[in-house]
Design a protein around this ligand. Structure first.
Ligand SMILES: O=c1ccn([C@@H]2O[C@H](COP(=O)(O)OP(=O)(O)O[C@H]3O[C@@H](CO)[C@H](O)[C@H]3O)[C@@H](O)[C@H]2O)c(=O)[nH]1
Ligand SMILES: [Mn+2]
Length: 384
């Protein structure tokens, strides 16, 4: 008698936590149930702690609201943002797992060009479990993917690759645009069109003649390593990382209530993280998987949150491009504290906010080490 079909054990079932920042009921989990149910969820409830967040039945989760954050961290809770999705980093800190996946509650399961539901978590896990190629660019993209490989001329001495610290996923429907771009392109959707050839041509003809062409922004079937020495704008809504390799660097900077800026939490984390990954020899990937981002947040509200960041970043990027970490910075914590010192020394004059942020970065590391006493990966810093 054929054995009962046993569904395969999901990858990293007991080694990965899913972190969700939220201000609303988590009905979106129903669509993710087939992919998320086997995993432990860490829900970080933002805003009013007295509000009850409804979580669908059948999920294994822990929920932390602001009262919990204050109770667990005491005065160090000051480094965790309030009234901003940046609060999600508290979930990274209290997790005890090796891997983290974080997703927004307005992100749903997307379909690939063949119409199949995308298991975003599975793709992130594949990205994290295979090496990256930060030191030499492979023109056939991710050489470790099925059907790809290193191309001619790729040095064999580099084909082992580097450990992957971060997997940065993308979005269908509402792309993660800044407010000015949202305002000038209110209708732009990253939408896949699955139409017959004839229909497509009819569409093309019609749009050519009568209406402004809809922007068919593509589904790109690729995973790329972001080269060493290159920064990128990290979006927190569909993001996974190896917590043991890079967790202490994933501080989503001070935003929201009482802060002069918002929607730069993930950007700040991405810049600090990438500088540290480059220093410690870890890789960062971007591309697949896609999720379906359903809700465009209000561009005018976003503009109010972002506007200082839009001009500050013209100074922040050169700063991060110029950061040099000493060889004796052999752990993420040491690297992070060193960056905070340079933030204070070089960005404090841009705005007082960066002195406060530099202090919060140190508080974050102190809180991290308090919550995770045994951790602290000593990486062998590769020769420059
Ligand atoms: O005060 C708040 C507001 C929201 N949240 C939770 O955070 C995520 C994202 O919220 P939302 O989808 O409304 O906002 P977006 O503009 O689409 O978010 C993207 O922009 C960046 C914000 O920094 C970020 O990379 C993306 O998340 C949801 O889960 C809300 O429930 C919150 O916790 N606190
Ligand atoms: Mn959103």
């Amino acid at each position: 008698m054929a054995g009962a079909t046993v569904s395969p054990t999901p990858l990293l079932k007991d080694e990965l936590d899913i972190v969700i920042p939220t201000i609303r009921n988590l009905d979106f989990l129903e669509m993710w149930r087939p992919f998320f149910q086997p995993y432990h969820l860490i829900i970080v409830q933002d805003g009013d702690p007295s509000k009850v967040i409804k979580v669908p039945e059948g999920f294994d989760y822990e929920l932390h609201n602001r009262n919990d954050i204050n109770r667990i961290l005491g005065p160090k809770a000051s480094c965790i943002s309030f009234k901003d999705s940046a609060c999600r980093c508290f979930g990274y800190m209290v997790s005890k797992k090796k891997y983290i996946y974080t997703i927004d509650d307005d992100c749903f399961v997307a379909k690939n060009p063949s119409g199949k539901d995308i298991n975003a978590l599975e793709q992130h896990i594949k990205n994290l479990l295979t090496p990256s190629t930060p030191f030499f660019f492979n023109t056939l993209y991710d050489p470790y993917r099925e059907g790809a490989d290193f191309v001619r001329g790729y040095p064999f001495s580099l084909r082992e690759g580097a450990p992957t610290a971060v997997s940065h996923g993308l979005w269908l429907n509402i792309p993660d645009y800044d407010a000015p771009t949202q305002l000038v392109k209110p209708l732009e959707r990253n939408t896949r069109y699955e139409r017959s050839f004839a229909y497509k041509n009819l569409c093309f003809l019609f749009t050519e003649l009568f209406i402004p062409k809809p922007l068919f922004v593509r589904y790109v079937d690729a995973v790329l390593t972001i080269p060493k020495g290159t920064l990128f704008p990290m979006c927190g809504m569909n993001l996974a990382f190896n917590r043991e390799l890079i967790g202490p660097a994933m501080y989503f900077g001070l935003m929201g209530d009482g802060q002069p800026i918002g929607r730069y939490d993930d950007m700040w984390a991405g810049w600090c993280m990438k500088v540290i990954c480059d220093h410690l020899g870890f890789g960062v990937k971007t591309g697949l998987p896609y999720i379906w981002h359903s809700k465009a947040s209000n561009p005018f509200v976003n503009l109010k949150k972002e506007y200082k960041g839009i001009y500050w970043q013209e100074e922040l990027i050169p700063f991060f491009q110029s950061v040099i970490l000493p060889k004796d910075c052999t752990t993420v914590q040491k690297c992070y504290v060193e960056i905070s010192k340079q933030v204070k020394a070089k960005l404090g004059k841009v705005d007082e906010y960066f002195n406060k942020l530099a202090d919060a970065m140190v508080t974050w590391i102190e809180a991290w080490d308090e919550q995770n006493p045994s951790e602290g990966v000593v990486a062998n810093v590769p020769a420059k």
